[in-house]
Design a protein around this ligand. Structure first.
Ligand SMILES: Cc1cc2nc3c(=O)[nH]c(=O)nc-3n(C[C@H](O)[C@H](O)[C@H](O)COP(=O)(O)OP(=O)(O)OC[C@H]3O[C@@H](n4cnc5c(N)ncnc54)[C@H](O)[C@@H]3O)c2cc1C
Length: 325
């Protein structure tokens, strides 16, 4: 980094699950300590003012952005806002989460600030004057270490799987940041269609019950939904199952699907192809039900059952319902 660096900005710009916000704060805090910079957390003023004192325990400063425009055109407005902050605060890095808004903004923000951008970081640190990250490549078979040459480094991280911030003895300062948008919006949000799904987003779910081609048709996915309900979890699927139309594409997990990090991922009738594993590698525990004892999924799971899904799903659901009651 050629210029003297003063801050690391953590951008909490999307309403997301607590664990993802905590992981994002942790990533920003650790990086700021490594770089020796002030940790500035940016959040949405009116929405986040109640939790601002919590945020202040992991930051030197919390900037609550106030702008009526944040309600609509959010992508463009946050882009303008973070560009302005980036120009004023001289950050070494701007750290964002793995929500869709952050992923969209990351490269555009880096471009506007003349920095470097990358996404899907699993670790984030600074070495020899540069920000560097690691992330999995080749369908999860290898890890790549990437050094970012430009400043600021604008990075979105796999927030839910990162450690939370360390609580500070003295909370940081909370400030309000009034922000007026520029008149010209290059992109305008015309319409939003909400996903019909209920409960947590897959990326935020603590328990995920997932099915693959081995389930043999769409009907067993109804059984998975019932099981997910019992466990207060969410349902997911392999790409093969989604491509066959047995499950909606929004359920797809893996390299070209969602990256999830639940406490428990239960995979039924899923072989465990590397592209699928890539999306579930951050799970705390993986359990699998598969008729083939040599299925690759068994190499990745902590609990494995060599059985026909159709034989075990009924008794499993009954037993779990009984235990949880
Ligand atoms: C570029 C690229 C990107 C990809 N991205 C993704 C991605 O994001 N996500 C993804 O999932 N895949 C992805 N794939 C596809 C991936 O390679 C696999 O083809 C896919 O994951 C296989 O899905 P599956 O495990 O459901 O099906 P299969 O591989 O057909 O496995 C079915 C499994 O079910 C078991 N089984 C059969 N009957 C039963 C039963 N009655 N009870 C229990 N078990 C049973 C079988 O033993 C088998 O192991 C990608 C591929 C490519 C090339």
């Amino acid at each position: 980094m050629s210029e003297p660096v003063s801050t690391v900005i953590t951008a909490l710009i999307s309403p997301t699950q607590e664990r993802a916000s905590a992981g994002l704060m942790g990533a920003g805090q650790r990086l700021s300590e490594t770089v020796g910079a002030e940790h500035v957390v940016v959040a949405c003023g009116p929405e986040d003012s109640e939790s601002a004192s919590g945020l202040a325990h992991g930051a030197d400063r919390v900037l609550l952005v106030r702008s009526p425009a944040l309600v609509r055109d959010r992508q463009e407005v946050w882009l303008q806002c973070l560009t302005r902050m980036g120009s004023e605060l001289n950050p070494a890095a701007i750290v964002l989460g793995n929500d869709a808004l952050s992923q969209e903004i990351t490269p555009r923000l880096a471009h506007r600030l003349g920095g470097a951008s990358i996404g899907d970081a699993q670790t984030l640190t600074a070495e020899e004057g540069h920000i560097s990250i690691t992330r999995s490549v080749y369908g999860g078979k290898a890890m790549a270490k990437v050094k970012l040459q430009g400043t600021p480094a604008v990075v979105w991280v796999r927030a839910p799987s990162m450690d939370p911030a360390r609580g500070r003895a003295t909370p940081g300062q909370i400030e309000e940041w009034d922000f007026a948008t520029e008149p010209e919006m290059k992109i305008q949000l015309l319409e939003t269609q909400m996903d019909a799904g209920e409960g947590d987003r897959l990326e935020d779910a603590r328990i995920i019950v997932s099915g693959g081609r081995g389930l043999g048709g769409p009907e067993p996915f109804e059984k998975l939904k019932e099981l997910a309900k019992v466990l207060k979890g969410q349902t997911a699927a392999s790409r093969a199952a989604c491509d066959l139309g047995w499950a909606p594409h929004s359920w797809q997990v893996g390299q070209t699907g969602k990256k999830v990090a639940p406490q428990l991922y239960l995979a039924s009738g899923i072989s465990g192809a590397s592209q699928h594993i890539m999306g579930i590698a951050d799970s705390k525990a993986i359990a699998a039900i598969n008729t083939d004892p040599n299925a690759p999924i068994f190499k990745h799971c902590q609990f494995g059952l060599v059985e026909d899904f159709h034989q075990v799903i009924g008794p499993l659901q009954e037993k779990l319902a009984e235990l949880l009651a």
